[in-house]
Structure formats: C-alpha cells, structure tokens
Design a protein around this ligand. Sequence first.
Ligand SMILES: Cc1cc2nc3c(=O)[nH]c(=O)nc-3n(C[C@H](O)[C@H](O)[C@H](O)COP(=O)(O)OP(=O)(O)OC[C@H]3O[C@@H](n4cnc5c(N)ncnc54)[C@H](O)[C@@H]3O)c2cc1C
Length: 410
Amino acid sequence: MAGTGRTIYIAGAGIAGMTLALALAKFGATVIVAERNKKVQEVGAGLQISPNARRVLNQLGLDKAIAQKSFEPHGIDVYPFRATKPLVTLELGNIMRERFGAPYTVMHRADLAEALYRACRRFANIDMLFGVRGFDAVNHERGTSIIVDEANGNARSARVHAFIGADGVNSETRTRVLNGPASTYSGYVAWRSTINADLLAGILPGDRTSVLMAPGFHMVCYPLPHRRQFNIALFVKEKPSRLNPDDPPKEPTLPWAALRSKMLDAILDAGKGSWGYWVCNTVDAPVWSDGGVGLIGDAAHAMLPFQAQGAAMGIEDAAILAPLLMTEPDAASAFRRYEAMRRQRVERVRNLSNSNGFAFHLEWPFTLARDATIALQGSRGHLKRLAWIYSYDAAPEATVPPPDRARDLH
Ligand SMILES: Cc1cc2nc3c(=O)[nH]c(=O)nc-3n(C[C@H](O)[C@H](O)[C@H](O)COP(=O)(O)OP(=O)(O)OC[C@H]3O[C@@H](n4cnc5c(N)ncnc54)[C@H](O)[C@@H]3O)c2cc1C
C-alpha cells in the first residue's frame, strides 16, 4: 500500500482523534495520539449516534462494542411548550436500519470513548500518549516536524508525514500552530445531567427520546438503559455578560416558571444538584490546514448541537481524511482534497443546527406555524428531510491489518 510507513501524529484522544487513529492504523500507518488528559474521556453525558456515523464506526470494527452499550430509541416525541402530549412521534428504531443501513442509537459518551480506546489498543501501530504537557508542529521545506512534551518530562521530536489537530473546540493546533481564530460564544449554554431512571419513572418514556420546546430554551431527554439513567440536555439562551467562567451557576434558571409544564418541572426537580454547565462555543475556521498540519472535528468546525451531529461530523472527517493521507503523494494535497470534500456538507449541517435552534425556541404566535408544519410532516417526514445527512457514506475501505501489527489484548 502506498502510504505504509507513514508516521502521523494526532493531538487529542477524543471521538474524532481516536476514530482517525483507527482508520489510519487499518491502512498501515504508524499513529501516535497525544492527549492532554491522563486518560480517555470519562466525563460528559449522552451522545446520539446517527446512521452516517455508525456506518463508519461499524466499518472500523466497533459494531458489537457499540451495540452492547447503546440503545435504539423507538422514536422522538416532540412536545411544544406546555403540551402534555407529544405533537408527533418521529419514527426511529427499525425504520432507520431499513432506510439507512445502520441504526440510530444513543449511548453515554464515555462508553463510546472506551470502545474506541480498546479498539486502538489492539493495534501495535497506534501509540497513545496521555498527560502530554504541550506540543508544537512546524512546516519546513522538507516536510513537517513535531515536538511533544510527554507526561514524564521527556520531549519527543520527529519528522512526520502529517500532524492533525483533533483537539476540540479550543484547539491549540488551530489557534497557535495555524494562527486560526479562537472559538466564539454561540449565545447558548447547555445544562447536562444523567439522572437515575427510577426518579423519572412515569415522567419520561423509557423507550424513546423526548424533545421539549419552549420560548428561549429546549430540552432533549433520552434513556441510557445500560446505566439505568436518563440523559438530559437543556439548552438555554444566555447573555454573554452573565457567563462567569470562575463562578459558574450551579442550577439552571429558566423563564416562564408560572407557565411551564409539569413534565418540565418534574425533570428539573429530579436533576436537582446534578446539573453540569457547558458554554456552547462554535468554530468557523477559514482554513483547515497548512502544509502537513490539519484539523478535524470540533477543532475545525464546532457547531451548535441542535441536530446532534457534531461528533458525527468528526467521525466522518476521520473516515474521509485517513485514506487520503495514505494515498495522496503528500499531506498538503490530502488536506486540500479532504477540505474540498467536507466543507460544504459541514456548513449545511451547521446551518441546519442553527435553524433548528431558531425553530425550537420560537415564541407564540410563531409557534403556531411551526407546530402546524411539524404536524403536517408527520412521523416519517424527517426520514426524507434528513436523508442527506443519514445516508452519507464516508466509511473507509477497511483492510485487515497485517498480522504482525494487530495485537489482541483480550
Ligand atoms: C450538550 C451537547 C450535546 C451534544 N450531543 C451530540 C450528539 O448527540 N451527537 C453528536 O454527534 N454530537 C453531539 N455533540 C457534539 C459533540 O460532543 C462534539 O462535536 C464532539 O465531542 C467533538 O469531538 P472532537 O473529538 O472533535 O473533540 P473533543 O471531544 O472535544 O475531543 C478533543 C480531545 O482533545 C484533547 N485536547 C484538547 N486540547 C489538547 C491539547 N492542547 N493537547 C492534547 N490534547 C488536547 C481533549 O482533552 C479531548 O480529549 C454535543 C455537544 C454538546 C455540547
């Protein structure tokens, strides 16, 4: 294979970084992942994995590991503000498999991170460095050089085929190495909690996702049966002046208290004391690479999570970029082709996420038109409307790793 023998460094062992590591390792590259944290992500909450992302993960051999720890909701109940019954239930479950060839699942993100990490560990040609203190990458006439300050104080330097920043929304690869822009505040914060399922029995259905829309905020709830929990994400508009990173608020404060539905208040109550607060920043980087240094995932294009596609876009990026890095004559042309293939799609998904935020948070009387449209589209309208997202096939041609490179740790 053309690219075997290529050494590629990745900053960040998040979802995008580990997916890329796996995809590259399957093509025979030597991959080093440099992660700032001491271990893989354990924090965070739930993640919806749509068929477009799942197909890539399946192709990388993760189908069983994900199936064991994830759940396929039967549908999405959509509640307008104060409604006691869903306006519509958008069908998921079997129909997603039938239409898009892979399931639509929900899972805890720590379980996905663990599955990716275990899969990476089975490759002798993936080296994971945790607790790294810093890194730098420099393009020069004869290629790209990197230096990584390891946890033990050693500095590791190397000439590499490529260096990829998969280091998230506040990527140093983007801001420091590529002189790109800092992330910007979107105007929204997310409150997240995983709540014991017993506390929500009779309040939320245990077999589906529930979306509660309201003027200026919305809530997404789904079961995580493997953990006997519900994942709750509450998205609220917040003025920048009220954000204080040194003293974050402890509990969500929402408008319309007197008008809220019993369901919403019961969920807020059940989550008391467990809410985590997350400022939603976005990234609009004018370029995703320079020479042998490039970006994937949130580092390149963090977006609002209102179509639940941020991680999916990073997974797709990895699937598209890996074969290019292994087959193009140099990394710079691989990055150029990758950006040409990805940018339009990512922007389309970003625009949809933004317009979802607008629609979810509408006030009366504009809600009347929105709700009428949702009702008219019915329980299967989303299958057609969102087919361009779910049917996208980024899956790399997975090749069996050479026997001396595969290491089974079971
Ligand atoms: C509330 C909420 C709900 C969401 N729900 C969904 C959903 O349902 N489905 C979906 O697809 N997306 C969802 N998203 C989006 C998704 O979480 C992100 O798009 C995704 O996690 C980005 O993955 P990533 O690997 O690019 O970045 P990250 O997950 O941020 O990983 C970056 C990694 O880089 C490491 N790192 C950072 N800086 C350095 C450094 N200097 N050196 C070394 N390592 C570094 C970090 O420690 C981390 O491990 C949601 C987002 C939010 C906020």
